[in-house]
Write a protein that binds this ligand. Structure first.
Ligand SMILES: Cc1cc2nc3c(=O)[nH]c(=O)nc-3n(C[C@H](O)[C@H](O)[C@H](O)COP(=O)(O)OP(=O)(O)OC[C@H]3O[C@@H](n4cnc5c(N)ncnc54)[C@H](O)[C@@H]3O)c2cc1C
Length: 365
């Protein structure tokens, strides 16, 4: 009862404060309130729904059966647009707020929106070493499935929400790109619905001109409905070495040397000022030294770029073993360093404490 009274009083003070400052001021200058109270809980619910759905669909093998039917529906929408005279341009019907990009395209309001409801992993073919996926399958979903069965994509862009469609039609890069190239370079075939409503498959051998024109075309050649992507065996840990480096020339040459060495599966550098950086090199491994394990993805761990910065502040190098999936999505929690703009607390632990209190509050009710 006391707790309820306290919370009630807090809520009243909070509402009075909003009334004094004005809703607009609070939303613009204190974005963390909106994010913590509404956006985070809603995102958690959405993610739970999304992952349970993806898991069930894969287990029930229903995605491949429904795929053809869904593609036919996209073809129907395109033909309908043609039959109506094709008066406006077409675009994907995915709303701007769902994409990773911060830009919300105004063209979505004026163009004919083609609804592409294709968000599943269709098939993992370990003999051909290829996974066939729909365009809205995202990186979080792909690692959750592939890593659990001992496979991975050679190039795995970090943020959970990046989609296969966006990475093919836009572009994708990762800390293994010095070996495997861009995301498009690990793709072996694309399936597209063209502006006449036809469905085509293209690869190095089949419609190869289209195959090479698709990456970076931003949807101008057709709607992507499936992609076949190379997979490689995965190991459970990443052995990551952190090296603080000072001096711009030194940073560039260190990074260049690290990228030239193909023994390094992962190479990444984070630069904190013009003259200071930490260069990281990593390899996948089956074994982890227990006293050097760091599960960086756990919610109470510091944001990755802050953790990396601690090596720079102490001016020492170091080696850690990070679970593969934690490594891949190391920048997801903090959206690289962007979240600090919203959560401008003095340190991340204040934010984590607030988050823990919120979770506790949600559990009580
Ligand atoms: C904060 C932030 C972090 C990022 N981090 C990384 C990163 O770590 N690595 C990296 O490689 N990139 C990164 N990016 C860039 C990212 O690769 C692009 O934004 C990319 O396009 C993915 O976004 P999306 O999946 O939301 O695709 P969208 O923005 O939805 O799509 C991108 C383009 O592809 C087109 N498209 C999408 N699906 C289809 C389809 N089915 N048929 C036809 N056209 C389609 C869209 O029309 C659009 O033109 C980052 C971007 C931001 C804003």
């Amino acid at each position: 009862m006391d707790l309820l009274l306290c919370l009630g009083a807090l809520a009243v003070v909070f509402l009075l404060w909003i009334k004094c400052k004005g809703v607009e001021y609070v939303i613009v200058h204190q974005r963390w309130i909106f994010v913590c109270l509404f956006l985070l809980p809603l995102s958690v619910l959405y993610d739970v729904y999304y992952y349970v759905r993806a898991w069930l669909i894969f287990k029930l093998c229903s995605a491949p059966k429904l795929h053809d039917q869904r593609v036919r529906d996209i073809q129907r929408q395109v033909r309908e647009w043609r039959n109506n005279g094709g008066k406006t341009y077409m675009c994907t019907g995915r709303p701007g707020w769902l994409t990773v990009s911060l830009r919300v395209g105004k063209y979505k309001k004026t163009h004919k929106n083609i609804m592409i409801n294709l968000m599943d992993i269709l098939e993992v073919d370990t003999s051909r070493q290829v996974v066939r996926v729909e365009p809205l399958a995202n990186m979080g979903q792909v690692t959750a499935l592939l890593n659990s069965i001992g496979w991975t994509l050679p190039v795995l862009p970090e943020l959970d929400d990046l989609t296969v469609g966006g990475l093919v039609m836009g572009t994708g890069i990762e800390s293994s790109s010095h070996i495997y190239g861009l995301f498009q370079h690990i793709c072996v075939a694309f399936e597209l619905v063209l502006a006449d409503g036809s469905l085509v498959r293209c690869s190095e051998e089949e419609n190869s001109d289209l195959f090479h024109a698709v990456p970076w075309s931003c949807g101008t050649l057709g709607f992507l409905v499936a992609a076949e992507i190379k997979i490689v065996p995965a190991k459970p840990w990443v052995k990551l070495h952190y090296e603080p480096v000072r001096g711009l020339e030194n940073i560039c040459s260190h990074f260049h040397e690290a990228s030239k060495n193909k023994q390094n599966t992962f190479v990444e550098g984070i630069q904190y000022t013009l003259d200071t950086a930490v260069i990281m090199t990593g390899t996948m491994t089956d074994y982890a030294e227990p006293d050097k394990i760091n599960r960086i993805g756990l919610h109470f761990k510091p944001w990755f770029f802050k953790h990396v910065e601690s090596y720079l502040k102490r001016d020492v190098g170091g080696t850690e073993y990070i679970p593969l999936r934690h490594y891949y999505h190391r920048h997801t929690r903090s959206i690289f360093w962007e979240l600090q703009v919203i959560f401008h607390f003095k340190n991340i632990y204040t934010f984590l404490l607030l988050l823990d209190l919120l979770i506790l509050f949600l559990r009580i009710f």
